[in-house]
Design a protein around this ligand. Structure first.
Ligand code: ZN
Length: 262
């Protein structure tokens, strides 16, 4: 067997290493990363905080390696408007902007910001008195809920949207509390409803019973880069693979909508 001089082998391996370093087509470590801010309220009711902590772990698993940038805060009040504008996406886990942060949040969303809201992140009633937020959500205030939390049969409203096209038409989601809104977001011309609670669940609840009504659970207001998912109460929401896929789809879709500040 012919033997190469050691110095030649060393030179050759150095050359290959340099070529690989400079020619590598996707230098992930140096690429600008998608920036996500998660916000949750540790003082919220315990069943919401249980969901929030599981959600933080679930989405953190999507950021391993040189994945997206993953920041956490417990209030938007601590984030300056300049800093907020650097994020591609805010994920609100059972949290709303305080009154002091409303204008900052509005400016962020009106200028191409991204938002994923879970469960109480959309909760509002007559006392909330934030008209911008209702037109942002595309629905009226909270109307009613089931109690206690229950598993429910849901239906996809479309099989062509990126968030639902790999989901079954119908599936059962783990126990949660579900909110109904009046008027329903389905009545807004800007809203696309993606998943709804099946009317076959009625009557839904034991203490608080929902007997009828349109019941969208997941929707997007096409005027904004946003998606709302009504799930988010208790510690069972991440126990089902299909619903986990729905959550991942929602996150992937939002991270792929790179129209920020266009
Ligand atoms: Zn709840």
């Amino acid at each position: 067997m012919k033997r190469f001089p050691l110095i030649l082998i060393l030179c050759l391996s150095t050359f290959i290493a340099q070529a690989q370093q400079s020619d590598y087509p996707a230098d992930y470590a140096k690429a600008p990363r998608f920036r996500t801010l998660f916000c949750y309220d540790p003082s919220a009711e315990s069943a919401h905080v249980e969901f929030d902590k599981q959600a933080l772990r679930f989405f953190h698993k999507l950021s391993y390696g040189e994945g997206y940038l993953y920041d956490i805060c417990t209030t938007l009040d601590s984030i300056s408007e300049e800093k907020l504008m650097t994020y591609d996406l805010i994920v609100m886990l059972n949290a709303l902007p305080s009154r002091a942060s409303r204008a900052k949040f509005e400016h962020y969303m009106e200028n191409g910001g991204g938002w994923i809201g879970f469960h109480a992140s959309a909760f509002n009633n007559e006392q909330t008195n934030w008209p911008w937020f209702n037109q942002f959500l595309g629905c009226g205030p909270f109307y009613c809920n089931n109690w206690p939390p229950q598993a429910a049969l849901v239906e996809c409203d479309t099989n062509t949207h990126p968030v639902t096209r790999n989901l079954p038409h119908e599936f059962v989601i783990p126990a949660s509390e579900y909110y109904q809104w009046n008027p329903s977001p389905r009545l807004s011309t800007h809203v696309e409803v993606l998943v709804s609670l099946s009317p076959r669940n009625y009557p839904l609840g034991i203490k608080d019973i929902v007997r009828h009504g349109d019941f969208p659970l997941v929707w997007t207001n096409t005027r904004y880069r946003m998606i709302y998912l009504n799930m988010g109460h208790g510690d069972e929401c991440f126990s089902d693979a299909t619903q986990n896929l729905l959550f991942t789809n929602a996150f992937s879709w939002m991270s792929g909508c790179q129209n920020k500040k266009q």
